[in-house]
Ligand binder design. Structure first.
Ligand SMILES: Cc1ncc(C[n+]2csc(CCOP(=O)(O)OP(=O)(O)O)c2C)c(N)n1
Ligand SMILES: [Mg+2]
Length: 323
């Protein structure tokens, strides 16, 4: 029974991420999103859902410019996320952060981050504080394949290993850093292999298989919680859309895109649940309908929310404070 509930919850989280981001894409096309085009993780939902499903309330999360899925799976509310993306006062950061900088300390979400590789040293700090204070909290840090060529990746993995910190590194290898194919920038055959340089386990997993991701994450998170130190998980996946919603994806072939769409993490998981009779069509449709309603309510909330008062524009700006 518990297993069935877990499966339904994993599916629901993936559907929430898919609907939320497909809706953002439509909003982008309708030009109703201010600022840069959003970075969508459609196709990568199993990584977010699988990893976050085995985190505990007290655990910390760091994510990237492509973080909507991680935030939703970690418990962020759709309405406040959408309000943030639209720059509204009711958003998680009072409309100041936008899509790439959503944080909520109450949920232990220490932030998405627009700077590639910037979450890793913050994760080291969070994990070092947990260890020093004797807190039962594991820090989970998501980053992309391109971030593994940034200096902070190497510095952070080394320091986490030296201090045996409770941190789990999740590299979402979606094959590309912007338009650069990761295979052309990797000196070894996998990102997981790099963990050996820092004497921690490196695990490569099918990132479109939500149960495989969950199993790998559960092992690494449990071990970190029990003092076993850090681990690196490389989840192989693919983003269906471009780097940002405006990217025309001219650097990859239609055949490659089609082959990954066939590995849709949601359809794959649904098929398994249908085959094992854990789920039937009406229940699947009910999940989708409930998510649709959640999204509609979030759209209304965000649209009806006010923009921040212009008089508060200098709030939280260090220069303004000093005067
Ligand atoms: C330090 C830094 N360098 C470059 C950029 C520009 N940039 C933004 S996203 C990105 C690619 C990131 O690729 P990856 O880490 O694989 O994540 P993905 O976008 O695939 O999720 C780059 C180069 C940046 N934001 N920060
Ligand atoms: Mg990438």
């Amino acid at each position: 029974m518990q297993e069935k509930l877990d499966y339904i919850s994993l599916l629901t989280q993936m559907v929430r991420i898919r609907y939320f981001e497909e809706n953002l894409y439509q909003m982008y096309l309708a030009r109703t999103i201010p600022g840069m085009s959003p970075h969508l993780s459609v196709g990568q939902e199993a990584v977010a859902a699988g990893v976050c499903s085995v985190m505990k309330r007290q655990d910390y999360l760091l994510t990237t410019h492509r973080g909507h899925g991680h935030l939703l799976a970690r418990g962020a509310a759709m309405d406040r996320m959408l309000a943030e993306i639209l720059g509204k006062e009711t958003g998680y950061c009072r409309g100041r952060g936008g899509s790439m900088h959503i944080a909520d300390v109450k949920l232990n979400i220490l932030g998405a981050n627009g700077i590639v590789g910037a979450g890793l040293p913050i994760a080291v700090g969070a994990a070092l504080s947990s260890k020093t204070l004797g807190k039962d909290a594991v820090t989970v840090c998501f980053f992309g394949d391109a971030a593994n060529n940034i200096g902070t990746f190497h510095e952070s993995l080394n320091m986490a290993s030296v201090f045996k910190l409770p941190v789990v590194w999740i590299c979402e290898n979606n094959q590309y850093g912007l338009s650069t194919d990761i295979r052309s920038t990797l000196s070894c055959s996998s990102i997981a292999e790099r963990a050996a340089s820092y004497c921690m386990p490196g695990i490569q997993v099918d990132g479109n298989d939500v149960l495989a991701v969950r199993e790998a994450a559960a092992g690494a998170i449990d071990s970190a919680r029990q003092g076993g130190g850090p681990a690196l998980i490389e989840a192989l996946t693919y983003r269906w859309y471009g780097h940002g919603a405006s990217d025309n994806r001219s650097y990859r072939t239609k055949e490659e895109e089609a082959s990954w769409r066939e590995k849709c993490p949601i359809e794959r998981f649904k098929k398994k649940l249908f085959d094992e009779k854990v789920l039937a069509e009406p229940q699947s449709r009910a999940i989708e309908e409930a998510v649709r309603q959640e999204l509609d309510a979030a759209m209304t909330f965000a649209a009806e929310s006010a923009y921040p008062d212009p008089a508060t524009v200098l709030d939280n700006i260090f220069e303004a404070r000093r005067k």
